[in-house]
Design a protein around this ligand. Sequence first.
Ligand SMILES: Cc1cc2nc3c(=O)[nH]c(=O)nc-3n(C[C@H](O)[C@H](O)[C@H](O)COP(=O)(O)O)c2cc1C
Length: 253
Amino acid sequence: MNTNQVVPAPEVAVDPAAFRHVVGHFASGVTVITTVVDGEYYGTTASAVSSLSMEPPMMLACLNRSSSTHDAVLKAGVFGINILAEDQSDLAMKFGRKGGDKFDGVPVTVSAEGVPMLDGALASIVCRVEETPTGGTHTVFLGVATDASARAGEPLAYFRGAFGRLERVKEIAAYDAVRDWVLGRRTPLGSALDPVEIAAQAKSDPHNVHNALVKLTAESLVVRGDKGEFLSAPITRELTDSVYDGRLTIELG
Ligand SMILES: Cc1cc2nc3c(=O)[nH]c(=O)nc-3n(C[C@H](O)[C@H](O)[C@H](O)COP(=O)(O)O)c2cc1C
């Protein structure tokens, strides 16, 4: 799929795979929603989280009804929002899986309401559940903040299915733009790909464009010329198959 394509207004609901691809372009932070029921801790990674209102201070978190943390939050009536810091991608992955003791080896500080809050988070907000409207497969937990704190630091970002520093968002966007440029033959076959020209057109950092070209060389979409310049690789049957397979891997996660 061409990432620069304008998506036409649909007459029917958008295809789920296309929808997933498109909404993945919304860069967000990453949180872990935590709660406690009968002394047992629950937690799930969640990116569908937002501030809602200032007076009263309210947050919302959208949890899939298939999530065990979802049921626990309904029961507990209280939940914690742990906004992860850039060095906490391991926690995002750990709490993004089902089963096991997710809190094993994870230092927490227990809130006044008994909710385990992850140590080292960039920010922590404890909420009392106010309303629970539903939408599709999810419940939207609307909560009034009863406690909130933050520390200095950088957030963990989530974009196109990858975690990283905010800088990583720009790297992924540059890679997509350069890949589209190469596959769209914006530079004719046989002519050198100019990182500065591509960067200017794609509104990307030339350094990120250069790195994208190196990555595309490893993926055989680009080759190096005699003088080290980057050239688009001629399209072969094997190459189109591998491009298609690679794209599927990215889209399907
Ligand atoms: C980056 C990321 C963001 C996620 N965002 C959400 C979300 O907003 N809401 C949700 O219900 N699940 C989300 N998930 C999926 C849950 O974390 C996952 O289904 C988890 O296994 C649920 O665990 P549980 O059943 O123990 O609660 C996300 C996963 C990842 C990795």
